[in-house]
Design a protein around this ligand. Structure first.
Ligand code: GLA
Length: 353
């Protein structure tokens, strides 16, 4: 494991970068800033490595970032309507940072924090523990939340992500990892030719503010049916109300068979040309599939290459957006004495031609 300095925040906090390598060839870089996965180098059919995640070369990029590239997201992944909810009979108002709504934890979410880090080795696995304390009142949330995220890299090319959180007062908690993948390699075109399979027979349609309406809608017969592998771009420009509202895919899928919080397959992504594949397993009931519709080429990513429209795909395992206002959705309320635990595994594989 390599541990090296990665600059200093404007507040004067030193940031570090960690390099973790595995026998499979998969090598990752993780930052203490935002718990960012800066890069994932994964082999293709010929064994050639490419960096398959979107990101920036320097801390400056992450300080300016508004797209959550590679970051840990909290206290609440995705949107909470008008930044308002009530809990145990009391109303709360959160920071609003997306068209009057609360998005991804607010103006200074967990993605903007410098996390405390502790590298570890565990048999053939190596990893990094990251800790962050979100104080009472943080971005409007009640109670102090103590969060721990553990990245474990296995010899087989899996990144196992374990989320753990406790709170000293009841509060919503919904944590995710916001990597954008491009299995052809970052900077190599868009992700429309990737094939995608999502183990979800339902999704949560949104309104014009990209917030779920509360309905769980069958994907069958819609451009949201990825129950069998389909190219991301095959239907993305169809004349479909949901695609129009979001400008592409930016929707939460209801992961099948996940009522019991078991680790199940949520998605399979493949770049057919290189053979690089990614399997996503999760204990979460939902996954936001976001096709990078807000990337517009105005910001430069790694190597100075513009982060262009749909050049990365995010598969954000999560509880459903706006759950604090949707009693029928699985609860996201964490209470004192309880633990929020969830696991997501990104498994980088090579698929046959
Ligand atoms: C999530 C949201 C998107 C967008 C991105 C970050 O995927 O659903 O609407 O905000 O994060 O740019």
């Amino acid at each position: 494991m390599i541990r090296e300095p990665f600059g200093t925040t404007p507040e004067g906090t030193a940031v570090e970068r960690f390099t973790l390598a595995s026998a499979s060839g998969v090598t990752i870089n993780v930052l203490s800033y935002g718990g960012v996965i800066q890069s994932v180098f994964a082999p293709d059919r010929a064994g050639t490595l490419a960096d398959v995640t979107l990101g920036y070369d320097s801390l400056d990029g992450y300080l300016r970032d508004k797209s959550y590239l590679g970051a840990l997201v909290g206290r609440y992944a995705n949107r909470i309507r008008a930044g308002r909810f009530s809990l145990d009979g009391r109303g709360y108002t959160l920071a609003t940072n997306a068209g009057g709504n609360h998005l991804h934890g607010g103006n200074r979410g967990f993605n903007k924090a410098v996390w405390t880090t502790e590298p570890f080795a565990d048999g053939e696995n190596i990893g990094l523990r990251l800790d962050h304390v979100s104080p009472d009142g943080d971005e409007g949330y009640p109670g102090k939340v103590t969060a721990r995220v553990t990245y474990t890299l296995t010899p087989d090319g899996e990144i196992v992500i374990d989320f753990l959180a406790t709170a000293d007062a009841p509060t919503p908690v919904n944590l995710t990892q916001h990597s954008y993948f491009n299995l052809a390699g970052t900077g190599v075109g868009d992700i429309l030719g990737h094939t995608l399979e999502i183990a979800a027979s339902r999704f949560t349609p949104v309104d014009a503010q990209l917030i779920p309406t509360g309905e769980l809608r069958p994907v069958q017969g819609t451009p949201f049916d990825f129950t069998t592998p389909e190219r991301v771009g095959a239907r993305i420009n169809d004349d479909d109300e949901q695609l129009r509202l979001a400008g592409g895919y930016d929707h939460n899928f209801v992961v099948d068979h996940n009522a019991l919080s078991e680790l199940v397959l949520a998605a399979r992504l493949t770049d057919p040309l290189s053979g690089r594949g990614l399997d996503v397993h999760t204990t979460e009931p939902g996954m936001q599939c976001y096709s990078g519709n807000f990337l517009d080429g105005t910001v430069a990513g790694k190597g100075g290459v513009p982060l262009t429209y749909r050049s990365g795909l995010a598969l954000e395992t999560q509880h459903f957006p706006n759950s604090p206002n949707e009693p029928a959705f699985p609860s996201t309320i964490l209470r004192p004495g309880a633990e929020h635990r969830s696991r997501t595994v990104y498994h980088f594989v090579v698929r046959p031609a």
